[in-house]
Design a protein around this ligand. Structure first.
Ligand SMILES: NC(=O)c1ccc[n+]([C@@H]2O[C@H](COP(=O)([O-])OP(=O)(O)OC[C@H]3O[C@@H](n4cnc5c(N)ncnc54)[C@H](OP(=O)(O)O)[C@@H]3O)[C@@H](O)[C@H]2O)c1
Length: 256
C-alpha cells in the first residue's frame, strides 16, 4: 500500500487503534478524517491534533452513513483509503435470555453492518480513485474468545466478507487489506484484568502493521495472531479450550 499522499477516512478514529493509525498516517503526510459517535471525544482529539479532520458519525446507522458518504464526496473528493475500524466488544452470558433482544445484536450492527455499509456507500469513490479498503477484524476471526461470543462471531464474519470483497474487486484497481490484531491495550480491553490474555500496545501494533503495509501484505497478522492461526489448524480443540479458560472470568453473572 502506498503510505503517503492519500486521503484517509478512519471510522472510530477518535480513540484506541483508530487514533493511533490516524496519527501515524498524519505523520506520513496524509489527509486524515476520523469519525466516532461522541462529539466531546472528537473535540478533544481535534484540540490536540488540529490537522486531523473530525466528523461525528455512527456506523450502525444507515442514514448517518449515507450522509457521511455525501459529505466525503463533496468535501474530500480525493478520498482513496477507507479504514473500517469502528468496533465494540462486550462479554456476554449465553445461559439465560437477554433482557434486550434488539441490543443483543448491537455488535453485529456496528462491527459487521458498519463495515459492509460503509464499504458499499463509498465504493464508487474508492473505485474512481483507485483506492484501498482496510478492514480491521481480529485474531478472534481464527478462534473465538467464548466470553465474547457475538464479538468473536462478528470478526469471523468480517474476515469472510473481506476475502469475498478482495476477489470481487481484484480487477477494479481497489486493493483490499485486512488487519487482524491480537489483544491490544485500548479502552476495549481495559477490563481484561481478570482474564489471562496478553496484550500489545497500540505503538507496537502500528509499528508491525506499517512494516507489513510497506511490504505490500494484504492479510496482516501482527503479534500472536499468526501463531494462533497456525496452532488453530494443528490443534483446534486445544486452542479453543485455552481461549475459553483464559477468558472465563469475563463472562457476566447474568445475561447481558
Ligand atoms: N483492542 C483490541 O484488543 C482489539 C483486538 C483486535 C481487533 N480490535 C478491533 O480494532 C478496532 C478498534 O478497537 P479499539 O480497541 O481501538 O477500541 P476502542 O479503544 O474502544 O475505540 C473504539 C473507537 O470506535 C468508535 N466507535 C465505537 N462504536 C462506533 C460506532 N457505532 N460508530 C462510529 N464509531 C464508533 C469509538 O468512539 P465512540 O465511542 O465515541 O463512538 C472509538 O473511537 C475494533 O474494530 C476492534 O474490534 C481490537
Amino acid at each position: 500500500m502506498r503510505l503517503t499522499g492519500r486521503t484517509i477516512l478512519i471510522t472510530g478514529g477518535s480513540a484506541g487503534i483508530g487514533l493511533a493509525f490516524a496519527l501515524k498516517f498524519l505523520e506520513l503526510g496524509n489527509e486524515v478524517i476520523v469519525t466516532g459517535r461522541r462529539q466531546a471525544v472528537l473535540d478533544a482529539v481535534k484540540a490536540q491534533h488540529p490537522r486531523l479532520h473530525t466528523i461525528q458519525s455512527d456506523v450502525a446507522d444507515p442514514a448517518q452513513i449515507a450522509a457521511l458518504a455525501a459529505r466525503m464526496k463533496a468535501d474530500f473528493p480525493k478520498l482513496d483509503v477507507l479504514m473500517n475500524n469502528a468496533g465494540i466488544g462486550v462479554p456476554k452470558n449465553l445461559r439465560s435470555s437477554a433482557a434486550d433482544l434488539a441490543g443483543l445484536m448491537q455488535e453485529m450492527d456496528v462491527n459487521v453492518g458498519g463495515v459492509i455499509r460503509m464499504t458499499s456507500a463509498l465504493i464508487d469513490t474508492l473505485t474512481a480513485n483507485h483506492g484501498t479498503v482496510i478492514n480491521v477484524s481480529s485474531l478472534l476471526a481464527f478462534a473465538p474468545v467464548p466470553a465474547m461470543p457475538i464479538y468473536s462471531a462478528t470478526k469471523a464474519a468480517v474476515h469472510s466478507y473481506t476475502q469475498s470483497l478482495r476477489f470481487q474487486l481484484e480487477d477494479s484497481g481497489v486493493e483490499v487489506i485486512e488487519l487482524m490484531p491480537p489483544a491490544v491495550q485500548t479502552d476495549m480491553t481495559s477490563e481484561f484484568g481478570e482474564a489471562r490474555i496478553s496484550t500489545i500496545t497500540t505503538d507496537e501494533l502500528v509499528k508491525q502493521t506499517f512494516a507489513a503495509l510497506a511490504a505490500g501484505k494484504r492479510e496482516i497478522r501482527p503479534g500472536q495472531t499468526n501463531q494462533v492461526a497456525f496452532m488453530r489448524r494443528l490443534a483446534p480443540d486445544l486452542i479453543n479450550r485455552q481461549l475459553w479458560n483464559a477468558s472465563k472470568a469475563l463472562v457476566p453473572a447474568a445475561a447481558a
